[in-house]
Design a protein around this ligand. Structure first.
Ligand code: CP
Length: 332
């Protein structure tokens, strides 16, 4: 709990019984849940390939996107996903809102709760913020990234992208390279890849790999050569915004790029390269690698809309999945 901001620490009580469903962590999901969500995403992706992309599935529902941290991909794709499903969408950024006047997360949650939103999507720099929203509103809550804890929809869209590209996840070897210590994407993705039967190796300098992380079911290597054996090289950004002031995790970015950067001479043809974005070209990834045919980075972004449509739809509908897919296809 050392990572929890004092403003929200006293809110992290065990949640009471609730008929609502939230997506706060990949740990909330079983393998069946993931397979159901990926199947739904495939259905929605088909609707996105048509000239008229809008479906009436969530007409009359309200989705609020509440972002306390900067975002391009996650905020835009959640907004587009909700609009593609015909929901009413409100997007609120902390910058320019009453947060700048000192309003607490609890009071913002209570305020937004007055509009009876069906889903609140929240990104926040502090671990546990989605729990605060769940406690003080009647909405289903989706975690769009809380501190270095979790980013579950990123992991789902990554699974979706891999399955679309390679046809399966089970048995693949994924090397996650770079700043694992500060990465919510790494935590969500380790859980997701292991859940779906992939082998995961974390690769990076010792100060950026948390001690004991092997307990999550992955391996660790402190040698960049370890990426050679992987089917997928998943590159992480150096997350300066979560690094402690005064801590020298690496001697310099130039040295980091030289020793740990994923460059063209370190990947082999056919090896798939992924990155959640935003990228620091020339630091953790060379531009030529990011732009190569084997890079799945743009496809990850594209997958985000269909996968987030699936998550919103799944939270708000409780019928058997076969019925839901049939319903979608009936109106598609
Ligand atoms: N991958 C990701 O979360 O990107 P954004 O910060 O742009 O949303």
């Amino acid at each position: 709990m050392a990572d929890v901001h004092p403003l929200i620490r006293d809110e992290l009580l065990p949640p009471g019984p609730s008929p609502r469903r939230h997506l706060i962590s990949i740990a909330d999901l079983s393998r069946d849940d993931v397979e159901r969500l990926l199947g739904l995403a495939r259905t929605f992706a088909r609707s996105l390939d048509r000239d008229v992309k809008k479906l009436p599935a969530l007409r009359g529902r309200t989705v609020v996107n509440l972002f306390y941290e900067s975002s391009t991909r996650t905020s835009s794709s959640f907004e587009l996903a909700a609009k593609r499903l015909s929901a009413d969408v409100m997007s609120i950024k902390s910058s320019g809102s009453a947060v700048e006047k000192g309003e607490s997360l609890k009071d913002t949650a209570i305020t937004i709760g007055c509009y009876d939103p069906d889903v609140i999507v929240i990104r926040h720099p502090e671990i546990g913020a989605p729990h605060v929203i769940a406690r003080h509103t009647g909405a289903h809550v989706v975690n769009a990234g809380d501190g270095k804890h979790q980013h579950p929809t990123q992991a789902l869209l990554d699974l979706y992208t891999i399955e679309e590209e390679l046809g399966h996840i089970e048995g693949l070897h994924v090397a996650i390279v770079g700043d694992v210590l500060h990465s919510r994407v790494a935590r969500s993705n380790i859980q997701a890849f292991v859940l779906m039967g992939a082998r995961v190796t974390l690769v990076g300098p010792p100060p950026l790999i948390p001690r004991g992380i092997e307990a999550m079911g992955c391996e660790v290597s402190y040698s960049i050569e370890a990426i050679e054996a992987a089917d997928i090289v998943y590159v992480l950004r150096m997350q300066h915004e979560r690094m402690l002031a005064g801590e020298n995790y690496v001697p310099s970015l130039r040295e980091y790029a030289a020793r740990w950067g994923v460059s063209a001479d370190r990947v082999r043809p056919g090896q798939k390269v992924m990155h959640p974005g935003p990228m620091n070209r020339g630091v953790e990834i060379e531009g030529a690698v990011a732009d190569a045919a084997d890079a799945l980075i743009a496809r990850q972004v594209r997958s985000g809309v269909a996968v987030r449509m699936a998550v919103l739809f799944d939270l708000l509908t409780h019928g058997p999945v076969e019925l839901k897919v049939a319903e979608i296809e009936a109106v598609a």
